[in-house]
Ligand binder design. Structure first.
Ligand code: EPS
Length: 383
């Protein structure tokens, strides 16, 4: 990240989540209500467990905003964990005398075993709490501020679910806007745009849940309105595709990331894949297989990202594991879980993309205030 810095803190069942976002120019209008609307989108989706019914995920802006506008200083936020009241002993900050049962059966696919080995813990609870996807609520909150900034420059981000388990939506939605995409996807329990596969997606999640199992899937993110020239080919860490990849692959459970046709590019010859160039009052392209980024630079077309999330590793019908203390062969630990959280992951993906595009925009155009940034973009942005 070049201009934006952010960090989050907080455990899944601790008192709250904490976030700090630095680098947002002064005078951006922002409200808790705007951020809360994005957080509500993350809470939705068929296949979530009971936790989302407990949480309201209401953000509180604590610093960096005055009278509805950013000050240019670090923006600090908190989100209370409503469930904390049920975990006060287990998550006590101070050492307490109560005997708290340790978790000793690592779940295959989770951070459990690698985590205790790395940090020398004898209780997997110490790993579960921070490796939980609960943390992503704060990423969505901070990403919403970046989304608000991007909207000021008509850059919009949308997403939808392309597959759940083996049920795929093969339609191409390049012709609809990200706003249209979200309007429709947000009404669907699985964030699907395709009425023909939506029910099948719901059914595979239902079956997985009934079987004590879980399912993953894929989603696509579309970013429209991005000017030419964000990112660069000049150095490895300037490339916009790599910066987006880093952000998306950092989301819990994400196993693959693609730009444009991505891994499907191998099925095409060069003559079939590359997007031909025409001129008609400006350069035009015949297609967008590159997904809006060439040579690590945005080319003015829609940026199209695909990502795949693995099935959640906490299983109600657990897999084989080994007790970390006794070394006895036993079934893995189980606790409340989601049977599918791909719809939520698509919102987290949108939010991470917002942070990266906002960072790249500020990197190229700069400005201490929104007024300055607007002037710089007006004077030099190419669309
Ligand atoms: C999540 C909160 C968690 C899980 C889920 C995501 O709440 P709890 O563990 O109390 O049920 O629902 O996290 C996982 C499944 C995981 O493996 O980390 C959230 O807020 O998104």
């Amino acid at each position: 990240m070049k201009k934006i810095k952010f960090s989050t803190a907080g455990e899944s069942h601790g008192e709250l989540l904490l976030g700090i976002l630095e680098g947002i120019p002064a005078n951006l209008e922002i409200s808790e209500a705007y951020i809360h609307n994005q957080l509500k989108r993350r809470q939705m989706g068929f296949g979530r467990g009971k936790r989302m019914q407990i949480e309201s995920d209401a953000p509180k802006i604590c610093t960096g905003v005055r009278l509805g506008k950013t000050l240019g200083s670090p923006i600090g936020m908190i989100i209370q964990n409503n469930d904390w009241k049920n975990w006060k002993n287990k998550m006590s900050v101070s050492s307490i005398s109560n005997d708290i049962k340790k978790i000793t059966l690592p779940r295959p696919g989770h951070a459990d075993l690698a985590g205790i080995q790395k940090y020398g813990f004898d209780d997997i609870r110490n790993v579960i709490e921070r490796s939980s996807a609960r943390e992503t609520a704060m990423r969505v909150a901070l990403g919403s501020v970046c989304r608000k900034l991007l909207e000021k420059f008509n850059i919009y981000i949308g997403s939808y679910v392309t597959s759940i388990y083996t049920i795929k939506d093969l339609n191409n939605y390049q012709n609809i806007t990200p706003e249209e995409m979200n309007t429709k996807a947000d009404k669907s329990m699985v964030r699907s745009l395709n009425n023909n596969v939506e029910q099948e997606m719901i059914n595979v999640i239902k079956t997985a849940k009934e079987d004590g199992d879980s399912v993953g899937g894929s989603f696509q993110i579309h970013i429209a309105g991005v000017p030419f020239g964000l990112g660069s080919y000049t150095s490895w860490d300037e490339k916009l595709n790599a910066r987006l990849g880093n952000a998306i692959l950092s989301i819990n459970g994400i196993k693959s990331f693609d730009i444009g046709l991505g891994s499907l590019s191998e099925e095409k010859k060069g003559s079939q894949l590359h997007d031909e160039i025409f001129y008609d009052e400006g350069f035009k392209r015949g297609s967008n297989n590159c997904g809006g980024i060439e040579g690590g630079i945005s080319n003015g077309q829609k940026i199209i990202i695909s990502a795949t999330m693995k099935p959640i590793p906490t299983l109600i019908k657990p897999l084989q594991s080994v007790d970390i203390h006794t070394k006895e062969s036993k079934l893995a630990h189980k606790e409340r879980t989601d049977s599918c959280s791909v719809p939520a992951a698509s919102i987290i993906g949108e939010s991470m993309a917002c942070i990266v595009i906002c960072d790249a925009l500020l990197d190229k155009f700069g400005g201490d205030s929104m007024e300055e940034l607007t002037t710089h973009i007006k004077n030099s942005a190419k669309y």
